[in-house]
Design a protein around this ligand. Structure first.
Ligand code: OXD
Ligand code: MN
Length: 615
């Protein structure tokens, strides 16, 4: 085997090793042995250990430009920005090919696709055999979370995709410092990835939580291939979190600074492509801006929370970048994201304009080439793929908070759940206590989006927005959430929001985006005891006077709908929630069932068809 660089000359790599550095070698035997074992199986032409340096990424980018993996975008308008066109059949996560393999099937739960671990290893290893012939194998040591945070965890991804290396460099703390931490800790998550032949019939994303191992083959798409993200930080992470007493969640983290200079951190779970990135970078409405409100971005997708000595939940964003959905992102919806992606960004499956700028639906201007590289023709569908993405360092965001690097994380004041619910679910309500909040999260539903392969716009239950990401039985996961309600804890309050309520004309009733701050203000004021609320069987709702609606162009009928509690509709919803929870059988904690029954009973006792709170 040639242990070279696998790069076309004259592009030099400053660091190329066939084993971890000598001074670390004794502690890194397990890593070296695993790399040797993978190399024997996959038979790459060359092995490259990634150090994360500037020189390394420059060389790799030059190589990808030379072979067409990356196309340079307009350097005047978008310096150091690149377009990657994926295989057209490989554009999203594929849930039906994503498995959680625990020795006991029940431990993976009905929420996961399962296979016996030994059988899965054998089947996957047969696919990996010789798959890197003619390719370079990259070894990527990475750290999820600030490099010196006790909440962070490390992993090593082995991949044959330079595109994955370039993305992992943005999305994680990758390279030499991560290798040093692995040496100190002696433990890491093993992730083996190959794009294979991209044949969907030979595509699998397989997790072995008890072995802290991931094997992914046949896809180069972010959620399937950047193994630090969904595979490690959520599926394996949630399993580790349960074992170790913390939470790994599909949540953004945003800091809201009020005019008095106090910052409250909110962690919010929404299913994929439901606006987490927009909320994490929200621009306050003008009146709020003038009054001195500010928003600070910690993370837009994943949150690891652990109890601190003070009993509060402290959170880090394990990621270092954003892998955001491009379509719909614009100066109107998210100016901060637009500023963030104006340089040093990898765009995947976007369209391009005549002057070679990235383009997607929602932007001004005209595309000339679609995401597949064809001349743009509306008859072929959208110019950009609906799940087109940008990969960019979080530090480039104008609202990036330096507390994103804080080793102990940030204290969470409120947890918010939300989904796309065109009917029934009011704009906002507060759970009356932690157990009720866990039920509210467990009962979450949302319409599906283009972030995963399959039908779009279909309502499905997505507890805590973790349906595609919970690495173990949801019944045990709900029990884990409930277990935080214990002496000594100062738990955040839990809320539910619905930005997606529609009127009879099918249009959204709530303006959303920056105006969501009006709702967040009420949430924060509830946490500090400053705002009032009205009790209803489904939770606490703001009264009109509790929300700042100044300057909003909303008619009385829209407001009434946004805050109505339709008791009949909710009785049906509670029944459906009960049936859904029953699917977890014996693993469902009794406490959650009791909570569902408590709310159902309260609704049953309310004779009115509609409970008016908007008075
Ligand atoms: C994502 C997703 O990419 O949730 O964040 O699909
Ligand atoms: Mn996500």
């Amino acid at each position: 085997m040639r242990m070279g660089l696998g790069l076309p000359s004259p592009v030099p790599f400053s660091v190329a090793r066939v084993r971890a550095p000598k001074d670390m070698a004794s502690q890194l035997t397990a890593l070296n042995d695993w790399v040797d074992e993978v190399a024997r199986l996959t038979q790459p032409d060359a092995i490259h250990w990634c150090d994360g340096s500037e020189a390394e990424i420059r060389a790799l980018t030059a190589q990808m430009e030379a072979d067409g993996t990356l196309i340079r975008l307009n350097p005047e308008t978008h310096p150091n920005c690149w377009l990657h066109r994926s295989n057209p059949g490989d554009v999203a996560r594929v849930e039906k090919l994503t498995l959680v393999c625990t020795p006991n099937r029940e431990d993976a739960g009905p929420n996961n696709h399962w296979e016996d671990p030994a059988a899965a290893h054998a089947r996957l290893d047969a696919l990996f055999e010789g798959c890197m012939k003619g390719r370079t194998m990259y070894v990527i040591p990475y750290c999820m979370g600030p490099i010196d945070s006790p909440i962070s965890r490390c992993g090593v991804e082995i991949t044959d995709s330079p595109y994955v290396v370039a993305n992992m460099r943005i999305m994680t703390r990758m390279g030499t410092p991560a290798l040093a931490r692995i040496e100190r800790e002696g433990t890491f998550v093993k992730g083996l990835h190959s794009t294979g032949d991209l044949d969907p019939d030979r595509r699998w994303i397989v997790h072995f939580p008890e072995e802290l191992t991931i094997k992914s083959i046949g896809s180069g798409y972010g959620g399937n291939a950047l193994l630090g993200k969904k595979c490690h930080a959520l599926r394996i992470g949630s399993f580790q979190a349960k074992r170790e007493g913390w939470l790994a969640e599909h949540m953004l983290i945003v800091g809201i600074e009020n005019p008095q200079g106090e910052v409250h951190y909110i962690a919010a779970a929404f299913p994929s492509a439901c606006g987490k990135t927009n909320l994490a970078m929200l621009i306050p409405p003008e009146g709020y801006r003038k009054a001195g409100w500010k928003v600070w971005t910690i993370g837009d997708d994943i949150c690891w929370m652990t109890p601190g000595e003070d009993g509060r939940l402290w959170a880090i964003n394990p990621e270092a970048g954003f892998f955001g959905v491009a379509p719909g992102t614009s100066e109107h919806t998210n100016p901060n994201a637009m500023a963030t992606v104006s340089r040093d960004t990898i765009f995947t499956n976007v369209a391009v304009t005549a002057d070679n700028q990235p383009w997607w639906e929602g932007l001004p201007g005209e595309p000339v080439t679609d995401w597949q590289g064809r001349p743009y023709d509306p008859a072929n569908g959208p110019a950009a793929h609906p799940n087109a993405r940008f990969t960019v360092s979080a530090r480039q965001c104008p609202t990036w908070s330096e507390h994103a690097e804080a080793a102990r994380g940030v204290p969470i004041s409120a947890i918010v759940f939300g989904g796309r619910r065109p009917s029934l679910v009011p704009l906002v309500f507060e759970a009356r206590d932690w157990a009720h909040g866990v039920l509210v999260g467990a009962a979450m539903g949302s319409e599906t989006t283009a972030a995963a392969a399959g039908a779009v716009g279909v309502m499905r239950r997505d507890p805590m927005a973790m349906k595609p990401f919970c690495g173990y039985n949801y019944g045990d996961y709900f029990a884990h959430w409930l277990s935080f309600d214990r002496a000594g804890m100062q738990l955040p309050k839990i809320f539910h929001v619905n930005w997606f309520r529609k009127g009879a004309d099918g249009k959204f009733l709530w303006p959303g985006f920056g105006d969501n701050l009006r709702v967040l203000e009420w949430i924060i004021d509830r946490c500090t005891g400053k705002a009032g609320a009205e009790e209803t069987p489904i939770g606490l709702l703001p009264r009109m006077e509790d929300l700042d609606l100044a300057g909003l162009d909303l008619d009385a009928a829209a407001l009434a709908t946004l805050f109505e509690v339709d008791a009949d509709g909710w009785r049906g919803e509670l029944e459906a929630i009960g049936e859904y929870l029953d699917g977890y059988g014996e693993r469902l904690p009794q406490r959650l069932r009791e909570e569902q029954q408590r709310v159902a009973t309260a609704l049953g006792a309310s004779n009115e068809a509609a409970i008016a709170v908007a008075g």
